[in-house]
Write a protein that binds this ligand. Structure first.
Ligand code: FES
Length: 357
């Protein structure tokens, strides 16, 4: 490495500048810009020492880990690892590890690439201290040529040409990470949406005779709620309370309130009770802020309002579709009445999507 030069960038012609080595051009260019390099030293003045190789191997290992994490993300996301996990000892807790796993792997991949780049700069690039004067106005041709030299010199400092291990591992990690945005599209085509055999986006676990239960599995009966009261209930089947399609809002109307039912759904309520999917038809938040007096149901996410007295029709905000209504009936068990479903929701619950009929 040489830090000597004979002419500053300001007094040099473009031809003279073009004859400088990239490092000389970088220093001359810096000085022409009022940047004076007061200290510059190679971290490893003798190339190829064991210490340099060790640093290189460590950084390559970090990039490799980033590559493996990105590949792991792709594999998990595409469903090569089953969506429904049940690790030993976790009982009926399905799906528990999918989201943390894809999030953790993506985070690890990004972190590894970031850490690898920082280590590369700290361990392998030359140490440099510079002071700079401010200047105004545009750069002339000479400055532009010197700037190009500065960029080439900076690239040479990276040592990409001779550090093939780092080049390969960074390329692997960056390449795998670059594929990640495509995975959401491609992965969704590989894995059919839905919850498994016999079920689809268009059905929930409700069907005729399925009891309505609280989160803890207790059955819900008509005596449970005060007029104007609401309760979140679920289908009383195995895994029903954990199913993302299941949350249902059971509402007891106040005396004098009636629901103007949708066509064909006049008998979906029972007594002064009605039940709707709790999943907002805008973007899927739980719509559960109920104002008893007006019969309005508010979704806290984007303020959609559904008028329960008009059968949960959207009357304000971005939602455009009424909340699906669950057909209700009751059955007697040990002399007490309990709610059961008369069938599934007649339409898909949740946000609209392109495939919806
Ligand atoms: S999710 Fe309910 S208003 Fe947007």
């Amino acid at each position: 490495m040489s830090t000597t030069h004979h002419t500053t960038g300001e007094s040099m012609s473009a031809e003279e500048a073009a004859r400088l080595s990239p490092e000389e051009a970088m220093i001359a260019g810096a000085e022409a810009d009022g940047v004076y390099i007061v200290h510059r030293r190679e971290r490893f003045p003798i190339a190829g020492t064991r210490a340099e190789k060790r640093a290189e191997r460590t950084i390559a290992g970090v990039f490799l880990l980033g590559f493996l994490a990105a590949v792991g993300f792709i594999v998990v996301f595409c469903g090569a690892v089953p969506y429904e996990w049940r690790l030993p000892g976790t009982g009926s807790q399905n799906y528990r590890y999918f989201t943390p796993l894809v999030g953790g792997l993506l985070g690890l991949s990004l972190a590894c690439i970031g850490i690898g780049v920082v280590l590369w700069a700290k361990w392998l690039l030359p140490e440099e201290e510079a002071v700079q004067d401010r200047h105004d106005g545009a750069s002339g041709m000479t400055e532009q040529v010197l700037m190009a030299g500065t960029l080439v010199s900076g690239f040479n400092d990276l040592g990409v040409a001779r550090r093939s291990m780092l080049k390969t591992t960074l390329g692997l990690a960056g390449g795998a990470l670059g594929v990640v945005p495509l995975v959401a599209l491609v992965g969704a085509m590989i894995k059919k949406p839905g919850r498994g055999e016999g079920q689809s986006l268009f059905h929930t676990p409700y069907k005729a005779g399925v009891p309505l239960v609280y989160y803890d599995g207790r059955r819900v009966g008509p005596d449970d709620l005060q007029p104007g009261g609401i309760a979140t209930v679920f289908p009383g089947v195995e895994g029903g309370v954990k199913d993302s399609d299941s949350p249902t809002l059971l509402i007891r109307l106040k005396p004098g309130q009636t629901v103007k039912a949708r066509k064909g759904q006049a008998d979906f309520g029972w007594g002064d009770y009605v039940a709707y999917s709790k999943i907002c038809t805008h973007a899927g938040c739980p719509a559960s802020l109920f104002e008893q007096k007006t019969g309005r149901l508010l979704c806290p996410c984007h303020q959609s309002q559904f008028d329960v007295l008009q059968d949960a029709k959207p009357v304000f905000g971005p939602a455009t579709r009424s909340l699906p209504k669950l057909p209700l009936t009751v059955e007697m068990v040990d002399g007490k009445q309990y709610f059961t479903a008369k069938g599934d929701f007649p339409e898909a619950i949740g946000p609209s999507f392109w495939e919806r009929p």
